[in-house]
Design a protein around this ligand. Structure first.
Ligand SMILES: [Zn+2]
Ligand SMILES: [Zn+2]
Length: 138
């Protein structure tokens, strides 16, 4: 039986809120160039199937920035909080959406997993600890 977890989150101002239940996945920490510029550092993201993400408020407040040829990044139009990464035009990724874990209410029940895009990380810190590290994707 797949373990599931309940998630519940919102942007900083509260205009956008969402919840759902999804199969439990480790949190991935992305060190890519885009996340650095987007969030001033690595982004912790939790991937869920698109159809498990239910908006409880402000779905129309989510603004999407097309960030690559296959992906978009969603943020709150009012407060600017980073909320989602969605590979909406990618054949494999389009069925899942990565939620910025910082938006989730605690306790999240989640655990930290892989570091990805380590090759693009900021040059002012080291990635320490035993979590698996990948130069690009895992
Ligand atoms: Zn907001
Ligand atoms: Zn990234």
């Amino acid at each position: 039986m797949t373990q599931t977890t309940q998630f519940k989150g919102r942007c900083m101002c509260g205009a956008v809120s969402f919840e759902g239940e999804s199969p439990k996945e480790p949190v991935r920490t992305c060190h890519c160039k885009q996340c650095r510029r987007w969030a001033s550092g690595p982004v912790d993201a939790y991937s869920v199937p698109v159809d498990t993400l239910n908006f409880t408020a402000g779905e129309d407040k989510v603004k999407y920035f097309v960030s690559s040829e296959y992906a978009r990044r969603g943020f709150c139009a009012d407060c600017g909080s980073n909320l989602f990464w969605h590979g909406d035009r990618h054949p494999e990724f389009k069925h899942r959406v990565a939620i910025a874990v910082g938006a989730l209410e605690r306790p999240t029940g989640l655990v930290a997993g892989n570091h990805i895009f380590c090759e693009s990380k900021g040059d002012y810190y080291e990635i320490e600890g035993n979590r698996p590290k990948f130069a690009h994707e895992d």
